[in-house]
Design a protein around this ligand. Sequence first.
Ligand code: AP5
Ligand code: MG
Length: 216
Amino acid sequence: MRLILCGPPGAGKGTQCKRIVDKYALTHLSSGDILRAERAAGTELGKKAQGYMDTGALVPDDVIIGMMIGAIKKAAGNYVLDGFPRTLPQAEGLDKALREAGEKVDAIVNLLVDDEVIEKRLTGRRSCPTCGAVYHIENLPPKVDGQCDKSCGQLVQRDDDKPDVVRNRLKTYHEQTEAVVGFYEAEGRSILNINADRDIDEVTTAVFAALNKIDG
Ligand code: AP5
Ligand code: MG
C-alpha cells in the first residue's frame, strides 16, 4: 500500500504514522525525520537544510524531491509518506516518478486541525532522537519523565518547536502546502479527511476505519 499523510505541523502525522506502519506493515518515510538524521550526521544535505528548518521555511524542492524519491524506491511499494509532498512541484515530481514506475498512491489521509490547537501541541512535544517516537508532556507522556519508553535514552525538544518558529511553519503550511490536497483532488484521487482535533486513539480509530475501506 502507498499512502500519503498530510496535515499542518503538529496535526499528528508522526504520531499516527507510527501506528499505521505497525498495523499495515509499511515503511515510514518522514521527510522531516530524514532531514533531522542528515543534520545529526553532519552531512552536506543536513548542513544545507539546517537554516531553512530553523526558521520554519521549506528546504528547496530539488533537494527534497531527490532525497524522497530515493527513499521511496527502497521501500518497494509499501510505505506511508509523512511531510512529503509539501509543495505543488514536489507533488508533480512524485507523480512523475511514480508514473514512470507504473505506480500510483492508493490514498491521501488528510489530518484536519485548527491553528489554535497546534501551538499547544508543539510546545509540549518531546521526541526520541534515536527511534523517532513522539510524546507529549500532557497528552502522551512517557512512562519515565524525559526518557523514551523503548529504552533509547533522553527525549529532546525540537529546536523548531519554539512559538515564533511554529507560527512561521503554520504560515508556510497555509501558503505552500495546503494546495497539495487540491492537486490530488483535481486528479480524482481518494482523499480521506480526518478530524484530528480529538483524542489520539480516536484519531487512530478513524484513520484505520478509512484505510480499511480502501484496503478492502
Ligand atoms: P516535519 O518534521 O515534517 O514537521 P511538520 O510538518 O512541521 O510536522 P511535525 O512533525 O511538527 O508535526 P506532526 O504532524 O508530525 O505531529 P506529531 O505527531 O509530532 O518538518 C520539519 C521541517 O523540515 C520543515 O519545517 C521544513 O523546514 C523541513 N521539511 C520537511 N519536509 C519537507 C518537505 N517535503 N519540503 C521542504 N521542507 C521540508 O504531534 C505533535 C504533538 O502533538 C506531539 O507531542 C503529539 O504527542 C501530540 N499529539 C498528536 N496527536 C494528538 C492529538 N490527537 N491530541 C493531542 N495531542 C496530540
Ligand atoms: Mg512529524
